[in-house]
Design a protein around this ligand. Structure first.
Ligand code: BGC
Length: 713
């Protein structure tokens, strides 16, 4: 293997910038393809990586050109947005976050990596780690939800899953933690809009998942599109260079978001492309993803003395080191050689997709025990535009997924309830105002014992550039739902969406509502499992579900106010026209079992820095069926040098219990878990009493509580 230094020595400026350039392949009817123009540029050494091209044959041929027909033969990297699976789709990240299950998050990333690697890919533009507290923002669908602690666990699990400790192995991918950081706080939930948050929120809420990804060894980082209080993240040297590279010691590659370097001009911080390129390089961006800013701007920036050759060499070296770590400098065809990764596959992906999907479903309401459906139910009316929506149910960022590979709700329910007659009517389209057949749907509903109403969003309504000022039921779906509910039959609603939808009337009137998000390839089977009772729901909300858009942004970790909300007190922190609480709190999710927790206790009443305590409570399954319970551990620091949130998540624990059985749930809490950023924004541990609160969700009143005293060292 040639050494990286000798390679850099031999490179012309154009070839160096080529290594710093990533372009997106085009799409033709038969699949992804690299256009002729790009092929010429690859031959000239002007491109170092390609995105949106996959397939063992396709990647192998383009790699052959890079290796055999360029002057220096440096192999390409192949990148792709493997957001929730590759060929097999898993639940969208927001849905998967509802599983509260790091082992599962890791397994699905692993399976996605295996499939993607077998398609010749080397770099995943995932995991997406943006904490999101505003359901108007379409990219909440890609995010692990509202909580920094949970998002940090998600980050570690995903990085472990994609990279498996050694990205040189053919079945592993390099992961990209994105989009650093604060993107979820886009003003008014509008994608790409400016973010203006406090330094404290930035550090306490938005950075922790990125820190966790770096600590887990993530290979790449993608800064976000937005500006943070006026400084676009793509040029934010204070964060990218001083904090992430210097303080966190991140030594991987930073890749810009799509066209984000050139967009520095539109942001109004660079007057031409050379200045944009200089700002980005200065901040530490090694690869320009589309936009051509490095290609067109860096030579001029060099001439002007705005950047140095040493800076360019540093970026090229990082890219080449990543290629070497991926094993590409030893064997450029490592992953394109079909089969190697598939042979190494550890889990059957469809089975895993079904498991992940059912663990992601959240049973939001279940009045009169309408669910699970009785086995002897004779006639079920499956109504709504999402019941048989093979394409839409893929959700945003469907990677190499194909509509034909999806199990629809109709198919899954027919499979799960073989003794029932299941009629189907769309009623209305997802978005269109017309045509519709509400009357036909009502006829079907009248003849059934129970109606399953499949409502929600089209796939294009969530994900990137899919902000919605009114995240409710699009098109004429509300009209359909009102008409069906008016019949007075038991109605079970399945909400397929990339975000919480604000439809309070629906929750009031329907017998049961489930968040079924976009659950991936096995969605229909997983839903069938839950409706039939073959799977007892375990999912919990990773976000607060608002009553109304007027409550946004909404999240449980609020700070106390001098005037706590009290409907009876006029001058208190409340709304005159809406409750302060969400419709469903963070962590909410019902089971067919009924659990009761009691006896919260700690292994010690005090602890010192460097020590840890165990926190336990007893859980009994009082219900008629076996089930799995997840309990959450929150802490509160009631008196500190800065006001701390009313609740902060610090742990989660699960227990599986047969009916009428009990067990013990255990958490560990280290003194360092009680640290926070002091008034100077430096981490500190302040001695004193900390409240420990345990329960199913962030609904404050229902939590068990005890306390522990933190002693001075
Ligand atoms: C998105 C990124 C994505 C990139 C490449 C951008 O528009 O913001 O999340 O990785 O495109 O597809």
């Amino acid at each position: 293997m040639r050494t990286i230094d000798s390679l850099i020595e031999q490179m012309t400026l154009e070839e160096k910038i080529g290594q710093m350039t990533l372009v997106s392949a085009g799409w033709v009817i038969t699949g992804p393809k690299v256009s002729g123009d790009y092929m010429a540029q690859i031959r000239a050494g002007r491109i170092g990586a390609i995105s949106n091209l996959w397939g063992p044959g396709e990647t192998r041929e383009v790699q052959r050109v890079a290796v055999e027909e360029t002057r220096l033969g440096v192999p390409l990297m192949f990148a792709f947005d493997v957001i929730h699976g590759h060929r097999t789709l898993f639940p969208i990240p927001l849905a998967e976050a509802a599983a509260f299950d790091p082992a599962l998050w890791e397994r699905t990333a692993r399976a996605a990596a295996e499939e993607a690697a077998a398609d010749g890919l080397t770099l995943a533009f995932a995991p997406m780690l943006d904490v999101a507290r505003d359901p108007r923002w379409g990219r909440i669908a890609e995010s692990p939800g509202e909580d920094p602690w949970l998002a940090a666990r998600f980050a570690e699990a995903k990085v472990r899953g994609f990279q498996s400790g050694d990205i040189a192995r053919p079945e592993n991918l390099a992961a990209t933690a994105k989009h650093l950081a604060g993107y979820g706080a886009a003003t008014a939930g509008r994608d790409y809009a400016s973010v203006d948050i406090s330094e404290r929120s930035f550090r306490e809420v938005y950075l922790p998942p990125f820190r966790a990804a770096v600590d887990a060894g993530v290979a790449a980082i993608m800064p976000a599109f937005h500006d943070l209080a006026g400084v676009p993240m793509t040029a934010n040297a204070a964060v990218l260079r001083d904090l992430v590279r210097d303080r966190w010691q991140f030594d991987g590659v930073m890749v810009s978001d799509h066209g984000a370097v050139a967009e520095l001009m539109a942001h109004g911080v660079a007057e031409d492309v050379a200045e944009a390129a200089a700002l980005a390089l200065d901040a530490g961006i090694d690869i320009d993803l589309m936009g051509g800013a490095y290609t067109n701007g860096l030579p001029i920036a060099l001439e002007r003395g705005r950047v140095t050759m040493a800076q360019i060499d540093t970026a090229v070296r990082r890219v080449l080191v990543l290629k070497a770590r991926l094993g590409l400098l030893d064997d450029p065809y490592l992953r394109s050689d079909a089969g190697s990764a598939l042979a190494a596959r550890r889990e059957a992906p469809r089975q895993l997709a079904r498991e992940a999907a059912r663990r992601s479903i959240v049973l939001l309401t279940n009045r009169d025990g309408v669910l699970p459906l009785a086995e002897e139910t004779q006639r079920i009316a499956l109504i709504g535009p999402l019941a048989d929506a093979r394409d839409d149910m893929q959700g945003p960022w469907a990677a190499a997924g194909r509509a034909e590979g999806m199990v629809t709700i109709l198919e899954g329910l027919r499979e799960a309830m073989p003794n029932s007659q299941i009629g189907h009517a769309r009623g209305v389209e997802i978005e269109a105002e017309a045509p519709s057949d509400i009357a036909g749907a009502l006829d079907l509903a009248r003849s059934a014992e129970v109606v399953v109403l499949c409502l929600g969003e089209a796939r294009r309504l969530s994900g990137e550039a899919a902000s919605r000022a009114r995240p409710d039921l699009p098109g004429r779906q509300a009209e359909l739902a009102q008409a069906v509910l008016g019949l007075g039959k038991p109605v079970v609603v399945l909400l397929s969406s990339g975000r919480p939808l604000m439809v309070p009337w629906l929750f009031e009137r329907a017998h049961a509502v489930l968040a079924t998000w976009f659950l991936g390839s096995e969605a229909g089977n997983a839903i069938g499992d839950v409706l039939s009772g073959r799977w007892n729901p375990t999912g919990r909300l990773p976000v607060s579900w608002p009553v109304d858009i007027g409550q946004i942004p909404i999240f449980y970790a609020q700070r106390p106010t001098g005037r706590p909300p009290d409907p009876a007190v006029h001058y208190s922190s409340k709304y005159l026209d809406l409750p302060v609480e969400p419709l469903f709190p963070f962590g909410h999710g019902l089971s067919y079992a009924r659990f009761a927790a009691s006896g919260l206790r700690t292994s010690a009443g005090e602890l010192r820095p460097g020590e840890a305590i165990t926190i336990e409570c007893d859980v009994v399954n009082e219900g008629p069926v076996a089930g799995e319970e997840t309990l959450l551990l929150f802490v509160r620091d009631p008196i500190a040098s800065v006001a701390r949130p009313l609740l902060e998540l610090k742990g989660m624990a699960r227990i599986v219990l047969e009916p009428r059985r009990g067990g013990t749930v255990r958490f560990t809490l280290a003194a360092e878990d009680l640290a926070f950023l002091g008034p100077d924004l430096r981490p500190r541990l302040e001695p004193g009493v900390f409240e420990l609160l345990v329960g199913r969700s962030a609904a404050h009143a229902k939590l068990l509580r005890t306390s522990v005293r933190l002693l001075a060292p």
